[in-house]
Design a protein. Structure first.
Length: 170
């Protein structure tokens, strides 16, 4: 395990730095119509962890990506907090992977990483909305519906569509 891999992201561990291909694997899993609400939430959480780690690598590319990663980080923390209130994660403390020194992406991987982050966000949102009405637990349905909006902001952060998500201090 390297410093930019999670100790646990829903039972999956990674021995190498996160790549766009790994995030795309979760994205493909989310396209599976057979997912029930708990499975969808678990896959979304695993994807958020991968997105975080990939984003930390992307932030090392230049100042533009560093600022966008800061915006994405705010969304990731909101998602961790919200997903932790679901029935699926009632007995689990969701903690985002650490921020120890990640390995930078190669320059030719930057566009691919951004595309993977945006694609994950959009696919997760679609799956969350599709599964929410079928949830057997009200807390799962609530989180799926509400956080389908929050996860859309992850793509917006990486596309630079929002200048900041951070609260202004007085």
């Amino acid at each position: 395990m390297t410093p930019d891999t999670p100790a646990d992201s829903s039972g999956t561990t990674f021995s190498e730095p996160v790549t766009p291909e790994q995030l795309r694997g979760i994205t493909e899993d989310l396209r599976t119509d057979a997912l029930d609400a708990p499975e969808a939430l678990k896959r979304v959480w695993a994807g958020v962890c991968l997105a975080r780690l990939l984003g930390l690598r992307l932030a090392l590319a230049d100042a533009k990506w560093q600022q966008r990663q800061g915006n994405a980080e705010s969304v990731e923390h909101q998602l961790a907090r919200d997903l932790g209130t679901s029935a699926t994660f009632t007995d689990t403390t969701l903690t985002l992977p650490g921020t120890a020194a990640p390995r930078p992406l190669a320059p030719d991987e930057v566009d691919d990483a951004v595309a993977a982050l945006v694609e994950f966000s959009g696919t997760a949102r679609q799956r969350m909305l599709a599964v929410a009405p079928k949830a057997s637990q009200w807390h799962d349905e609530r989180v799926l519906r509400h956080d389908s909006l929050v996860i859309a902001q992850l793509a917006a952060a990486w596309k630079g569509e929002r200048s900041s998500y951070r609260a202004e201090s007085r």
